[in-house]
Design a binder for this molecule. Structure first.
Ligand code: SAM
Ligand code: SF4
Length: 349
């Protein structure tokens, strides 16, 4: 019997097994961040409006579509996948989705599956995440003061997050804390947070606010340059630079006195684009080639247009061939419009 393969199928097979994703600047794209929802149980002041309007459910990719999308990237050589949101753990069916993706870990094609979460539902899900092959997670936490936490997140309960962190560690997950540096809300507390994280055997990364999406507060008021934070920390500790490059915007030091690792994410004060190895996909299937640029591709159309993955992989490849060299964020004028109108909760942090 002769098996006839259509030209389209043959092309799509060639694409799946051909070269890895290399952008015009020779950067290999092997790290994908996928946002699974724009919804969240918190309303952090720097991330969302108090009365945030969420997308119609029909616009979100289903978990079956998200699985196809992630698997297409794995076919194209992605070795690391980070799931984010919104808050990934609030979406019903998320744990089954993660369990399904773990087949790529078992096959060895995916080196790492990770998650960024606000931690509010970790107590319930930490064990399940570990069982699905997740080894480390990032938990976002900007303060250890319950009142400040409630204010920054507009109503969140710090106690639940601390319980979640304990559950994560009990389940054997390595945790990195991500804290956004905010001039008025936590500047005076960042050193204590570093000491706390290291005493609990967690790494911690401090992040500058980025001009993404519309929020009520003026970003110039919130903005705290990492150079200032670092100088303050250096008065208390010895910060020894580590030669760790993740392909992302973080630079790491070891705090000699605690022995722990501390990261600084400085997208606004330093370029970090030259070694960029990543792309992001929103919960609606929009591929963004750079956190701070609009260039991308509509993968939802490719996913919904055909059951065959040919169009999807072609669309991904074509987009990567347009990946820009870098971003041009700027927080220079009071009241300036955000550099990128979509919030972090859509693109995924
Ligand atoms: N809800 C999850 C969480 O908070 O970890 C995942 C999504 S959240 C958008 C991912 C990360 O983006 C969090 O660490 C958050 O602090 C950060 N983030 C949100 N908006 C930001 C902004 N405008 N500038 C800098 N970081 C931001
Ligand atoms: Fe939700 Fe994360 Fe945005 Fe906070 S930073 S509102 S937890 S998505």
């Amino acid at each position: 019997m002769t098996v006839v393969i259509s030209a389209d199928k043959a092309r799509s097979r060639r694409i799946c097994t051909s070269a890895p994703l290399i952008d015009p600047f020779g950067r290999r794209i092997d790290y994908v961040r996928v946002s699974v929802t724009d919804r969240c149980d918190l309303r952090c002041t720097y991330c969302m409006l108090e009365r945030q309007t969420f997308l119609p459910r029909a616009d979100l990719l289903s978990f079956a579509e998200l699985d196809r999308l992630c698997s297409a990237f794995v076919d194209l050589g992605a070795t690391r996948l980070r799931l984010t949101g919104g808050e990934p753990l609030v979406r019903k069916g998320f744990m089954d989705f993660v369990a399904g993706l773990s087949r790529h870990l078992v096959s060895g094609r995916l080196r790492e599956l990770t998650l960024t979460t606000n931690g509010t539902r970790l107590a319930r899900h930490a064990e399940g995440l570990a069982a699905a092959g997740i080894r480390r997670i990032n938990v976002s936490l900007d303060t250890l003061d319950p009142d400040r936490y409630r204010r920054i997140t507009r109503g969140g309960d710090l106690g639940g997050v601390l319980e979640g962190l304990k559950a994560a560690r009990d389940a054997g997950l390595r945790v990195k804390i991500n804290a956004v540096a905010l001039r008025h809300d936590n500047a005076d507390e960042l050193a204590d947070m570093v000491a706390w994280a290291h005493s609990e055997a967690m790494d911690i990364t401090l992040i500058e606010t980025m001009p993404l999406g519309m929020v009520e507060e003026d970003r110039m008021d919130q903005y705290l340059p990492m150079s200032e934070v670092r100088a303050t920390l250096a008065r208390r500790w010895t910060l020894a630079s580590l030669d760790v490059r993740t392909g992302g915007p973080a630079r790491y030091v070891e705090v000699r006195e605690t022995g722990g690792r501390l990261g600084f994410i400085t997208p606004l004060t330093h370029g970090f684009c030259e070694g960029c190895n990543r792309v992001r996909v929103t919960c609606t299937g929009q591929l963004y080639l750079c956190l701070g640029q609009e260039d991308g591709a509509d993968l939802q159309a490719a996913l919904r247009g055909s059951d065959d993955d040919g169009a999807l992989t072609r669309s991904i490849r074509e987009a990567i061939s347009r990946k820009p060299r870098g971003h041009d964020f700027e927080i220079s004028r009071r009241g300036a419009a955000p550099a990128v109108p979509r919030p972090m909760s859509m693109t995924g942090g």
